[in-house]
Ligand binder design. Structure first.
Ligand code: HEC
Length: 459
């Protein structure tokens, strides 16, 4: 055995190289904060393995994708567990890469000489989000399809290249089978290939510059002296990566896999919604949780600001990631960079707030609203009773509350008669408004009268 190994090493050099890579000195006392990078990579590998397994049974065609996923979830051996692993693995990857970026930012690990570590990592962050987004469409249920339609509509707002972007996303002018093929190709070939390449570069850079030492307040990064001081620290106190530091990565990785597997077993993958059907307007599109906050941002942005938010939001985010390495000297410790801590706090706070709003989604019509009870209507005049019935049947109640029943998309109409005349109501209903459809072709004159008669009793 030993002779075989020696022969292999002589011909390839791989064993000596692995030994060198595993035992290269790393700073002492790095601690648990340094495990997120390797844990992200492990989550990615889990996605590759479970993804390949799913791809053996998934049919990327508009006619069969949905059915093939039903087959995987309901009948294939371990299929349910497998989909669960892939779903929670994706969530783990998003969370872990977020933690890793936050950690390197807060510890100033992107400063000299590790600027390119940061840039390759920033690209990996964007690719991870792209993987999460493209994966969602492959479910090919209503929610997934509508989310992509929303995304395409957003992309269309980008000046100049908007229409081309939409074509790139949809692989044509409309969403269809070719869109699914495009997302499939990006999700399983193109983006993962890029991730592998960038991870290789990212790790090569980590080996080249060494893992950053824990920042010490009052010891700023100085390009002239940093490398010498780092080499001295390694010579004096450096420990071999394996096993002195790597055991924490192993433990963290095991915890990640165990949590993902438990969630896949106990909670299971997201249920498949209904198959996509463009004629159903009662879809309730909600992206997977990691995009829910952005969905809330889009929904809550006033109409006239939408284009600005859609175009400049991602641009500013991208620019921050890209230009961060320009601030590559000075203090690394967050104790001396209080604004860095504030920025992180602010971003986490904003995302959490929008995420909670997205979870409740008060702007989405409430399609479950039941007809108003006779006790709520009160009045028993024939026209009023008919109006109350139409208020439900024509869909007004999906958006308007009366007596705390109904959707919250439009204003509460419980006391609308105190602020509007019957004529103003009729005008509003026929013409609609910025966020209310016009009902002119949808209500006969006597139906309109009945609804107004009903609303006039709301004081
Ligand atoms: C898609 C959601 C939606 C539906 C369906 C809808 N509305 Fe509205 N409605 C709104 C919104 C949003 C507003 C406020 C902004 C505006 O004027 O567009 C509004 C405003 C109104 C107002 C003015 C209230 C005020 O306080 O200013 C009335 C009255 C009204 N709607 C009645 C109706 C009736 C009657 C129906 C059914 C025939 C209906 N709406 C269907 C969303 C909706």
């Amino acid at each position: 055995m030993r002779r075989l190994m020696a022969w292999l090493d002589d011909r390839t050099g791989l064993i000596s190289w692995s030994k060198w890579a595993l035992e290269h000195p790393v700073p002492p006392r790095t601690g648990w904060w340094y495990v997120f990078g390797s844990a992200t990579f492990l989550a990615f590998l889990l996605q590759v393995v479970t993804g390949i397994a799913l791809a053996t049974a998934y049919v990327p065609s508009a006619g069969q994708a949905y059915e093939s996923l039903r087959f995987i979830s309901e009948r294939a051996l371990m299929g349910h567990f497998l989909r669960g692993l892939h779903y929670f693995g994706a969530s783990a990857m998003v969370i872990l890469i977020g933690a890793h970026v936050t950690r390197t930012y807060l510890m100033g690990a992107y400063k000299f000489p590790r600027e390119l570590n940061w840039l390759s990592g920033a690209l990996l962050l964007l690719l991870t989000l792209a993987l999460a987004f493209t994966g969602q469409l492959l479910r090919w249920d209503q929610t997934a399809v509508w989310s992509v339609i929303v995304a395409a509509a957003q992309a269309g707002r980008v000046p100049v290249i908007g229409p081309e972007l939409v074509k790139l996303v949809l692989a044509g002018d409309t969403l269809g089978g070719q869109t699914l093929s495009r997302f499939f190709a990006f999700h399983v070939f193109f983006i993962p290939a890029l991730v592998f390449l960038l991870v290789a570069l990212h790790l090569a850079l980590v080996l080249r510059h060494g893992i950053s030492e824990r920042p010490t307040p009052g010891e700023p990064v100085d390009k002239a002296t940093y490398r010498r001081r780092y080499a001295e620290l390694m010579a004096r106190e450096g420990v071999p990566f394996w096993p002195d530091a790597a055991w924490r990565d192993v433990v963290a990785g095991a915890v990640v896999v165990a949590v993902v597997a438990l969630l896949a077993l106990i909670v299971g993958p997201p249920a498949l919604g209904n198959p996509p059907d463009p004629s159903i307007l009662h879809a309730y599109p909600r992206p997977d949780w990691y995009f829910l906050w952005y969905f809330a941002v889009l929904a809550l942005t006033p109409n006239h600001l939408e284009t600005i938010v859609i175009v400049f939001g991602p641009l500013i985010f991208g620019a921050i990631l890209l230009f961060m390495p320009l601030f590559n000297t000075g203090e690394r410790s967050v104790k001396r960079r209080p604004w860095a801590g504030l920025v992180v706090f602010f971003i986490v706070f904003v995302i959490a707030a929008f995420w909670m709003a997205g979870n409740k989604a008060p702007w989405s019509p409430d399609f479950e609203a039941q007809p108003l009870a006779a006790s709520v209507v009160g009045d028993t005049t024939a026209a009023v009773v008919r109006g109350a019935r139409l208020f439900h049947d024509k869909g007004c109640e999906y958006c308007h509350q009366i007596g705390s029943q109904g959707g919250k998309r439009g204003p509460d109409l419980s006391d609308v008669a105190t602020r509007m005349t019957p004529d103003a109501m009729a005008l509003k209903i026929t013409n609609g408004g910025p966020d209310m459809p016009p009902f002119v072709s949808n209500l006969s004159p006597d139906e309109l009268q009945a609804i107004v008669a009903f609303l006039t009793t709301r004081k």
